[in-house]
Design a protein around this ligand. Structure first.
Ligand code: IMP
Length: 177
């Protein structure tokens, strides 16, 4: 088990690369089945979900669109509580089958605040895919339709997730020691 340092904190390997990739293939298989004959629009939430969105999308073998939106509610290791939209959504969602792609759902606050804005545009359907879910940390209950891994309420970095800007480039996911 590898121990790494990001800024001042030590982290140990939690999810190795092959396990992440295997699980992503399984999620894509489920999505391919559920959306057969449809043309879903994936809305990936930046910054954290860029790697997950890219790897998931490679295994989506039905017609599908992808766009990115930027929201932020985290500063350092603690949710700031304020959800800020920095890059607006340009696509019109009316009548579309939308799949939100998140890196991690922690308290649920980010999506809880964001989903009503999407629903306002009257998509035909809306589902959520999140690579990680800290279900123990839930403060705003949400139905997550495609969950990669349910993880304990401990801070993680890697595979797109950062600690104060660093760690996103790691291929594995590491947990705070
Ligand atoms: P929520 O609004 O509390 O559900 O938090 C969602 C956002 O917080 C995620 O999209 C991440 O950007 C960030 N976040 C939550 N937990 C972690 C973590 O353990 N490591 C890195 N970022 C996290």
């Amino acid at each position: 088990m590898a121990v790494i340092k990001v800024h001042d904190k030590s982290f140990e390997t939690y999810l190795p690369e092959d396990q992440i990739q295997q699980r992503i293939k399984e999620l894509a298989t489920a999505i391919n089945t559920d959306y057969a004959g449809k043309r879903p629009l994936f809305i990936a939430i930046l910054n954290g979900s860029f790697m997950f969105a890219a790897d998931l999308f490679k295994h989506v073998n039905i017609d599908a669109e992808l766009c990115f939106i930027k929201l932020a509610s985290y500063k350092g290791m603690k949710s700031s509580g304020n959800v800020v939209t920095s890059i607006g959504l340009e696509d019109d969602l009316f009548g579309k089958d939308v799949v939100i792609v998140e890196d991690i759902v922690d308290t649920g606050k980010t999506l809880h605040n964001f989903l009503p804005k999407l629903m306002h545009q009257q998509p035909k359907s809306l589902k959520i895919a999140s690579l990680l879910h800290k279900s123990e940390a839930t403060e705003y209950p949400l139905t997550i339709d495609y969950v990669g891994f349910d993880i304990p309420n401990k801070f993680v970095v890697g595979y797109g997730l950062d600690y104060d800007g660093l760690g996103r480039n790691l291929k594995e996911i590491y947990q705070l020691i």
